[in-house]
Design a protein. Sequence first.
Length: 306
Amino acid sequence: MARYLAGRLGQALLVMLAITTIVFFVLRLAPGDPARILLGDLATQEEVHALRVQMGLEEPLYIQYAIFIRNLLHGNLGKSIAFRTPAFPLVLERLPATVELSLVAWVLAIVIAFPLGIVAAVRPRSPVAFFYTVFTAGAQAMPSFWLGIMLMLVFAAWLQILPGSGRGTPQQMVLPALTLALNPAAILARLIRAGMVDVMEKDYIRTALAKGLGETMITLRHALKNMLIPVVTLMGLQLGVFLGGAVVTETVFAWPGVGRLAIVAIGGRDYPMVQSAVLVLAIIFTLVNLLVDIAYMFLDPRIRYA
C-alpha cells in the first residue's frame, strides 16, 4: 500500500508539473499584454516597455520558463500583477469559499441522485420514474450559466425570497449550490439507475428474493453495495470538477472564490495569479482521485494495491 501511494504521489507531481507548464505557455502565447492592460491605453510605449522589463516579460520564453520552475521549486509562485501581493496566499484566501460551495453542491447532488436513481430502477412505472426521466433530460440540457440566471431571476428578482449574490449566509448559498448541483445530479442519477437495473438482474439477487428477503434489504444491502464502484468513481470526479469548474457559477453569483478570481486574473493577463489558482486546483483534484482509489478497497475487499 505504501509503495502504491508513493507511486501515485510521484505521478501526481508529474501531472501537476505538466498542467502548470501548459498553463504557463498558453497564457504567454495568448494575445494581450499584461503591462498594457495594467497601465491603460494612455500609457506611452516607453512606459509599457519599462514595465515589461521590470516584470521579466522581455526575456525569451525559455528563460521565463526556467525562472518560473526555479521559483516554483522554492515555493514562490510570483507576485500578482493586478493586486501587487504574492499570488499564492491570495488564492489560498479565496479557496475556502470555493471548497464550501463545492462541498455543499456535491452533497446536494448526491442527496438528489441516489433516491431518484434507486427508485427509478426498482419502480420503473412509478411517478418518481417519470420525474426521473424529465429531470435528467432537463438538467443535462440546461447550461449552468443560463440556469443560474433563471434561478436568480425567479427567486431573487421576482419572488425576492433568496439573495442573488454574495456569500456569508445560508440563504446566499442556496442558488449557487443548486445551479452547480443539478447537472451532476442528473448524470449521477442515470448512472445509479443503470447500475441498479443491471445488478437487480443478477442471480444472487433472484436468490435473495426467493429466500424471502424484503425488497428494501435487498436493494440497500445487496444491490446498492455491489454497484457503488463506478458511482464512487463518478462522485470523486464530480467533486474535482466542482472544485475546478465552479468558475461560471461563481461569476454569475459574485461568489468570492478561486474561480471568480481566476476569471479576473485571466482578463488582466495576471500570469502568477492564474498559475497559482491552477496549481491549487490541480493538487485538490489529484488528492480527490487518490482518495477515490483508496475507497475502492473498502467497497470491494478483492481489490488490493501492491
